[in-house]
Ligand binder design. Structure first.
Ligand code: HEM
Length: 170
């Protein structure tokens, strides 16, 4: 079984989830600008925010890419290409040494942001719950894949340090 199928199976990502997410696309578009601004306000409290996002140019580029990632959540395109995109984001973060708990904390913020949008725009309890569950699945999948880039990186470092240990022994 390939990674895509495994993820679909273990997260029980159904066609209903995909269509729930697609039904939120217009609301997401409407809220995309406030999403990136509020998210940056949230992450600006992290130590080293200005070290990682060190100029207006880099901040603006991050906001643009973040907006595309945000809209992609609702694109109903859950395929290998999508997984590759998420993996690449994780790799960029891991390469710049961004602590993985910053990403987890930010995902928590994103979850609350999206839940609030659902609660503000849907008044039937059952529908609210369905939409929130589909949102949770796609965010958990994203976090899982982004975090796996850190694990890969760590394995790389473990491998490297073993070689280094052997060199020292020699
Ligand atoms: C769930 C949370 C986050 C998401 C979804 C996200 C999304 C992204 C995306 C889509 C990219 C572009 C990757 C590429 O070039 O292919 C990126 C890069 C980057 N992210 Fe994040 N990010 C998150 C959290 C953070 C946090 C908390 C920080 C810093 C405090 C951060 C700093 C950066 C930096 C510095 C880059 C490279 C920017 C550049 O030079 O173009 N990100 N992120």
């Amino acid at each position: 079984m390939g990674t895509l199928e495994k993820i679909i199976q273990i997260y029980n990502l159904t066609d209903d989830d995909i269509s729930n997410l697609a039904s939120l696309k217009d609301l997401a578009k409407k809220n995309a600008n406030s999403f990136v601004e509020e998210l940056h306000k949230f992450i600006s409290n992290f130590d080293n925010y200005s070290k990682f996002l060190s100029s207006e140019e880099i901040k603006n580029r991050h906001k643009e890419k973040l907006k595309l990632w945000f809209l992609d959540l609702f694109n109903a395109q859950f395929n290998e290409d999508y997984l590759r995109k998420i993996k690449k984001i994780g790799e960029v973060h891991a390469q710049i040494g961004l602590p993985s708990h910053y990403v987890s904390a930010t995902m928590n913020f994103i979850r609350s942001f999206l839940h609030s949008i659902v609660l503000e725009n849907y008044d039937v309890y059952h529908r609210q719950e369905e939409l929130k569950l589909s949102i949770d699945k796609i965010l958990d999948i994203n976090l899982d894949i982004m975090t796996s880039s850190y694990i890969d990186e760590n394995q790389f470092y473990v491998a490297k340090s073993k070689i280094e240990t052997n060199i020292v022994r020699l």
